[in-house]
Design a protein around this ligand. Sequence first.
Ligand SMILES: *Cc1c(COP(=O)(O)O)cnc(C)c1O
Length: 332
Amino acid sequence: MNLARFARARFAHLPTPLEPAPRLSAELGIDLWIKRDDCTGLAGGGNKTRKLEFLLGEALEQGADTLITQGAVQSNHVRQTAAAAASFGMACRIVLENRTGNQAEDYLWSGNVLLDRLLGARIRTVEAGSDMNAEMALDAEEVRAAGGAPYVIPGGGSNAVGALGYVDCALELTTQANDEGLVIDHIVTATGSAGTQAGLVAGLAVSGADIPVLGIGVRAPRDRQEENVFNLAIETATLLGHRERVSREMVVADCDYVGAGYGLIDQGVADALTLAARTEGLLLDPVYSGKAMKGLIALARQGAFEGQTVVFLHTGGAQGLFGYQGELGSML
Ligand SMILES: *Cc1c(COP(=O)(O)O)cnc(C)c1O
């Protein structure tokens, strides 16, 4: 597979470390390793940085001068996009959706929102349930009318171009495992807008790595999540010229750990955050990696990974912790 034929801007700190987690492993009775994609380097890092390398590659190739994207109020994707725009001297317009209805001061202004503003993004907020693609199209029209050249990035950077970032991660991870002599039985990741899991599935399938990926859902029910991931994995594999190598059974999502809804924290998430922090000094986030860890902990305790070596993909997001000071603070 030749990823070098796709346009790419290089700014991520790669490869990210693959680290053992001995104390959390002992706690869960499995051999757990952490792939540190929280350390990708872009203004706090996280999984969107890998996607943005390919998205920025395309944007620069098209001569864009303004990045437009959207997300939930505490979106990590938005923060990383704002940082990428700043570092390439581009303008950045953001549409935020108050998807959770959370009106706490910290949620609305601290965490990622403070960083978005610091990074110079122009932000407007719309109601929950708004048509976010239509909202971004309005911004793009305005930019064009003023003589600018907009490049619109879908929520989470999740299209086939963005997912190439996780094809690259799949190759990087299997190379590290080969170097370490590590046989990976399972990769576990949070799955939301689907690009991360789709890219991993496509990358592993096309390279013939034969490692199952389990996505822990943070929003949609299982059927819809698996369908979104599968469709995007097929699109990504098609872009790579190997559509036939991705099959439906390669896409598995467990959406039993969403709790009350997207971005809503519960005691199980708080317990997962504290366990990771207090056994490994590892900071997870309340919306994605903390929920995925809540799922991983529950599944490990049910014996789902008995005798297995599991790699947990740390997708980042700790900057969002500060948006949850009130609620999380009371659960510690
Ligand atoms: C966006 C995000 C995810 C989910 O990745 P998708 O590609 O949207 O499925 C997971 N973790 C963090 C911290 C994120 O910001």
